[in-house]
Design a binder for this molecule. Structure first.
Ligand SMILES: N[C@@H](CCC(=O)N[C@@H](CS)C(=O)NCC(=O)O)C(=O)O
Length: 195
């Protein structure tokens, strides 16, 4: 969200909430939105707590259309599929894998289900950016912004070692002025990489 705010050049106030020792959000965040998870956007009395919805909302309200393919073009639903894919189909095996790493390992049955799903997911994304600068080609879109956190968390957990294309793609994202500024303002997406 911070990256998009920087990309659009909007004025905003950033409120940070410290995580507890288990990396959970504090109860105070639950007072802002019942889900109590980051990111949360508060704008004109509206409170949103799902990152894809926040990106779409900010883009539609404040941007000039350059961060999404034009409505009505075939690229638009393909873009939207990528945008939704990140926190839904891709998010499941990624989060289960990351949680396994944070909690002493997954039970064998769950690990057996998750490992091939993760491979399928990372191969799918890697194939997409093998011959593209960004997910939709030469232009950065909301889908790339949404993808950045997932890949950063995976790289930090050492899960991208077999995917040099994804490491390069993430580096391209990190080289954009918008993400650089967002990291300057909000800190790194994840602690320094364990590549
Ligand atoms: N699907 C949600 C996921 C939100 C989410 O899980 N946020 C994490 C950020 S790492 C969080 O706040 N975790 C702390 C907690 O759940 O207590 C989105 O995309 O916004």
């Amino acid at each position: 969200m911070l990256w998009l705010l920087e990309e659009i050049g909007l004025d905003y106030e950033l409120k940070s909430y410290e995580r507890d020792e288990n990396f959970r959000a504090p109860a105070a965040l639950g007072a802002v939105h019942p889900l109590g998870k980051a990111p949360i956007l508060v704008d004109d009395g509206l409170v949103l707590a799902e990152s894809g919805t926040i990106l779409r909302y900010l883009e539609q309200k404040y941007s000039d259309g350059r961060l999404v393919p034009a409505p009505g073009t075939p690229d638009r639903p393909i873009h939207d599929e990528w945008l939704d894919y990140v926190e839904s189909s891709a998010g499941l095996p990624v989060m289960v894998t990351l949680l396994g790493g944070m909690t002493g390992g997954l039970p064998a049955g769950l690990a057996g289900f998750t490992a091939p799903e993760l491979t399928k997911t990372l191969t799918f994304i890697s194939d997409r950016v093998t011959d593209r600068t960004y997910l939709m080609g030469d232009r950065l879109t909301l889908a790339d912004i949404q993808m950045s956190y997932l890949l950063s968390a995976l790289r930090h957990a050492g899960q991208l070692k077999a995917y040099p294309v994804l490491i390069d793609y993430l580096s391209r994202l990190e080289d954009t002025p918008g993400l650089k500024k967002a990291i300057e303002v909000g800190g790194p997406m994840t602690p320094p990489a364990e590549r």
